[in-house]
Ligand binder design. Sequence first.
Ligand SMILES: Nc1ncnc2c1ncn2[C@@H]1O[C@H](COP(=O)(O)OP(=O)(O)OP(=O)(O)O)[C@@H](O)[C@H]1O
Ligand SMILES: [Mg+2]
Length: 333
Amino acid sequence: MLNLPQLLAEKKLIMVGGKGGVGKTTTAAALAVAAAKMHRRVLLISTDPAHSLADAFDQPIGGKITKMAPNLDALELDPNEEVEAYLDRVLRQMRRYAGPDQVNELRRQLRLSSQSPGAQEAAVLERMANLIEESDADYDLVIFDTAPTGHTLRLLALPEIMAAWTDGLLKHNQRSEKLGKTLAHLTPNRSLDTPFEDPTKNATEGLDKRSQELTETLLVRQSLFQRTRRRLNDSKNTAFIFVLTPEKLPILETTRAINSLKEAKIPVAGAVINRIMPNPGQDPFWVARFERQQAQLKEIAEKLAGVETLAMPLMASDIQGMDQLVSFAELFN
Ligand SMILES: Nc1ncnc2c1ncn2[C@@H]1O[C@H](COP(=O)(O)OP(=O)(O)OP(=O)(O)O)[C@@H](O)[C@H]1O
Ligand SMILES: [Mg+2]
């Protein structure tokens, strides 16, 4: 059985993942409440623009770290704002390499790339990576509501993807040829298999000063991602928890997600099976629903064999506000 209190007592980083609507935010919030009650200093972070964390606590949160309870702070990141901030940083940096006539074109390119697939993921991932490190001093445990997907996590292992993205920002820059060389210099032989190789080794050798500066900035990000990657692979301090409901699509998606994490050598601590129905009584409709759910639970036992699970009941109403989160969290024991 998945021992959540033990995870809450031991881990430094918990990622809660799962398909839409299965109860990730509720679970992450209840975990945070439970850990804070165990006297751990907890930072709970959501990357959902819908402010669902605020809904779960029934209290506004937003983009600044907000105190929710003793030992419990929360923060809501807005992916759109993260992209804006990320692109601002890139623009500020690139300005130093572009002539004044090129800045407008650069700005246009950045605007376009903010719509590109992956821009939000990259920006949010970088913020997450920074937050994980910055929180070391003030918190014992960081919980993320909505873990990055396997697809997003590959960004951590493939620095050249990030480099290519930055390269794309500079497509029409006259200096892009030189930059191309810089980037090529950055990423030789680096792949999923060797994500931890020291990226600073020889990377700026033989480059002129401007290219060196740019390379170094990219390298700072690259080593940040490598450190994050190391933390995620470290099952002693990090736990990925999936939430699913006993329904076809959540089962499929969770199975897939767990496998893709396995491929990335990121261990999964377990799965919370949410919204388990109570005894249905005599009503044929509820008896049928109940039997259907029992069949899906069997399916979960087969598909997630080897994964620790914990069943959580379907409650009579939504779980909202501190009192209800506390009651829900008591069922973790
Ligand atoms: N066990 C439960 N019993 C009753 N209601 C629940 C249960 N778990 C979650 N809910 C309710 O279901 C709704 C959706 O839950 P939640 O917001 O946690 O899902 P989510 O996975 O975070 O969704 P999203 O993918 O949209 O972020 C909420 O109103 C929540 O209070
Ligand atoms: Mg949510």
